[in-house]
Design a protein around this ligand. Structure first.
Ligand code: GLP
Length: 242
């Protein structure tokens, strides 16, 4: 059963940040699953503020990120490692050694093949945050990804390349492949929160909440998880009752 919370972007970002803070207060050495994209930025801003005010410490926390583009070094300004450093890790008291992001270059395949083991060795993910793609993807699990997939290499759909090209200088610069946690890897998390904002996500949110549970809508697998909360703004929620 999905829980659904509708609020302004600011409200839902604050509410999700509170979930993370409660999780870390309850278990200081929590393992967090983190996401990139525009959607979680407000959550990360709230976490940075809470850390500055000493409401929460990340000194014992471990993090695992969902995905990374193949072909981008961690220093590339569109790599997800860079995104995480700039938007969260550089501003909180986390030990960077405890922040795991999939590799996009070098031995990325071997690293990917061991990623689920690495998560398990750290005790599994306590709380996972997800965004959602306009086609219903989560992480880089595009439509038709098997529900039992673990971390793997993925070809990006044209619509995803187009959506993400807004962040690159041209569409030609957008990598066409990525390495991503699989749907099963994500479902292994003990608790999941998903954030979606804006009209461009309305169709995906409707399919996630009301459509068939099907490989065509990767995020629909979340309906099989015992502890998922979907946080949406009015625009993202706008098609659910239509
Ligand atoms: C990318 C990421 C996803 C993210 C999605 C939506 O494809 N791999 O993890 O959820 O974009 O991003 P945004 O939040 O910027 O709309």
């Amino acid at each position: 059963m999905l829980k659904i919370i509708v609020g302004s972007g600011e409200e839902i970002s604050r509410l999700i940040a509170e979930q993370f803070i409660l999780q870390i207060q309850k278990k200081p050495d929590s393992v967090l699953g983190l996401a990139t994209g525009t959607s979680p930025l407000g959550v990360y801003r709230n976490l940075i503020e809470a850390n500055k005010k000493k409401v929460v410490s990340f000194s014992k926390v471990t993090t695992f990120n969902l995905d990374e583009y193949i072909g981008l070094e961690g220093t590339h300004n569109q790599s997800y490692r860079y995104f995480m450093n700039v938007n969260l890790f550089d501003h909180i008291d986390i030990d960077k050694k405890n922040t795991f992001v999939l590799k996009g270059v070098g031995d990325y395949l071997a690293y990917a093949n061991n990623y689920d083991n690495l998560i398990e060795e750290h005790g599994g993910i306590d709380l996972q945050i997800l965004g959602i793609g306009s086609n219903g993807h989560i992480a880089f699990n595009e439509p038709d990804t098997p529900f039992d997939s673990l971390t793997h290499i993925a070809d990006l759909n044209e619509s995803t390349i187009k959506d993400n090209s807004r962040l690159f200088s041209s569409i030609k610069e957008v990598p066409t492949k990525a390495v991503t946690m699989g749907l099963k890897s994500i479902m292994n998390a003990r608790k999941i929160v998903l954030i979606a904002m804006g009209k461009s996500k309305a169709e995906a949110v409707k399919n996630l909440i009301k459509g068939k549970i099907s490989k065509r809508v990767p995020s629909s697998i979340l309906r099989n998880h015992p502890d998922v909360t979907i946080y949406v703004d009015q625009d993202a929620y706008s098609l659910v009752n239509k």
